[in-house]
Design a protein around this ligand. Structure first.
Ligand code: NAP
Length: 285
C-alpha cells in the first residue's frame, strides 16, 4: 500500500477508524478482531481510536483494549501506529461529554498507556476543545506529555485554523496531525485541510463517508461518486477516499469499519488513481 507521513512515521495512506467496533451497534469481539486483522493483512498501519470509544458507563477504553488484543495476536501488529485521543467522556446514555482539563488529560493518557500496553503512545490527540477550559491549557497538557515522553507525537481534533496555529505554537512546532470531519456531504473543513497542507501537518478526515449511519447511502446520495465508481469498477467509497487522497499529500483518511470486507475495500482506495477531470467533477459535485 502507498504510504504517507505523520510526523516522522510512515503510515498506510488509508487508516482504519475503529470506533464502529465499540459504540452503539457494535459487533461481537470475534468479528471486531477479524476486522482489525483484515486491516493489517491489507497493509493498514494506522488505527484511529479514543478512550471514549465505548458504549456503556464504566467501560472506557473498550476500543483501545480491543486494538491491543488484535495487535498482540498478529505478526504485523508491531508495525502499526495507534492514534488515540483524550478529552471526551461517555456517561453511558449515548451522549458525549467533555473534559479538556490538563488534570483529566494526563490521567486519561496514563490509562490509555496501560490499556495499549506501551511505554509511549504513538500519536495522542486532544479530542475536542472544551469551552470551559482555555485551549492553551489543554494543549499545554499535550506539550507536557510530549516532554515527559508519555506520548511520541501530538495531534488535535475538531480544531479551527486559529486553533491549529495556536496548538502548533504551544507545541513548539511539534503538532503532527489534525483530525476534522470531512466527507462529500461535509466539506467545511477545507480551510483546515489547506492550512495543514501549507504547514506540512497530516490531515485525518473523520467520518469520510458521512458517518456510520449514513455510509451505506454514499453512492445513492452522491451521484458523481457512484458514476465514477462504476466507470472504474470500484465502490463509491473507494472513489471518495481516492478523491480525498488527491487533495493533498498530507491527507490520511480513517474510514470506519466493523467488517473485514469493508476495510479491505477501503484499503484498496490507496491504489485508485482518478483523472484530473474526475477530481474536478467530484470537487464541484
Ligand atoms: N475526532 C472525532 O471527533 C471523530 C468523530 C467521529 C469519528 N471519528 C473517527 O473517524 C472514523 C471514521 O468515522 P465513522 O466511523 O464515524 O464513519 P465513516 O467512516 O464515515 O463510516 C463508517 C461506516 O462505513 C462503512 N464502510 C466502511 N468502508 C466501507 C466500504 N468500503 N464500503 C461500504 N461501506 C463501508 C462501515 O460499515 P461496517 O460497519 O459495516 O464495516 C462503517 O460502519 C471513526 O471510526 C473514528 O475513528 C473521529
Amino acid at each position: 500500500m502507498h504510504t504517507r507521513r505523520i510526523g516522522d512515521v510512515q503510515v498506510s495512506a488509508i487508516g482504519l477508524g475503529a470506533m464502529p467496533m465499540s459504540i452503539e451497534g457494535r459487533p461481537d469481539e470475534a468479528r471486531s478482531l477479524a476486522t482489525l486483522h483484515a486491516a493489517l493483512d491489507a497493509g493498514v498501519t494506522l488505527i484511529d481510536t479514543a478512550d471514549a470509544y465505548h458504549r456503556d458507563a464504566g467501560e472506557a477504553g473498550h476500543n483501545e483494549t480491543l486494538i491491543a488484543k488484535a495487535l498482540a495476536s498478529h505478526a504485523l501488529g508491531g508495525d502499526v501506529l495507534v492514534a488515540t485521543k483524550g478529552g471526551h467522556l461517555r456517561p453511558g446514555d449515548g451522549s458525549w461529554t467533555l473534559d479538556g482539563s490538563p488534570r483529566h488529560l494526563k490521567a486519561a493518557c496514563e490509562q490509555s498507556l496501560s490499556r495499549l500496553g506501551v511505554e509511549a503512545i504513538g500519536l495522542y490527540q486532544f479530542h475536542r476543545p472544551d469551552p470551559r477550559v482555555p485551549y492553551a491549557e489543554s494543549v499545554g497538557a499535550l506539550r507536557e506529555l510530549l516532554d515527559e515522553g508519555k506520548i511520541r507525537m501530538a495531534g488535535i481534533s475538531n480544531a479551527s485554523p486559529a486553533q491549529i496555529r495556536q496548538a502548533n505554537e504551544i507545541l513548539g512546532g511539534r503538532l503532527v496531525s489534525v483530525q476534522n470531519q470531512f466527507s462529500p456531504a461535509f466539506r467545511s473543513s477545507e480551510p483546515e485541510l489547506r492550512l495543514c497542507d501549507e504547514l506540512g501537518i497530516a490531515f485525518l478526515p473523520w467520518s469520510p463517508f458521512g458517518g456510520i449511519s449514513r455510509a451505506g447511502e454514499l453512492g445513492a446520495v452522491h451521484a458523481s461518486f457512484a458514476r465514477i465508481a462504476e466507470a472504474h469498477g470500484v465502490s463509491a467509497h473507494q472513489v471518495c477516499l481516492a478523491w480525498m487522497l488527491a487533495k493533498s499529500s498530507v491527507v490520511v483518511p480513517i474510514p470506519g469499519a466493523s467488517r473485514p470486507e469493508t476495510i479491505r475495500d477501503s484499503a484498496a482506495a490507496a491504489d485508485l488513481a482518478l483523472t484530473a477531470e474526475e477530481i474536478a467533477e467530484l470537487d464541484a459535485a
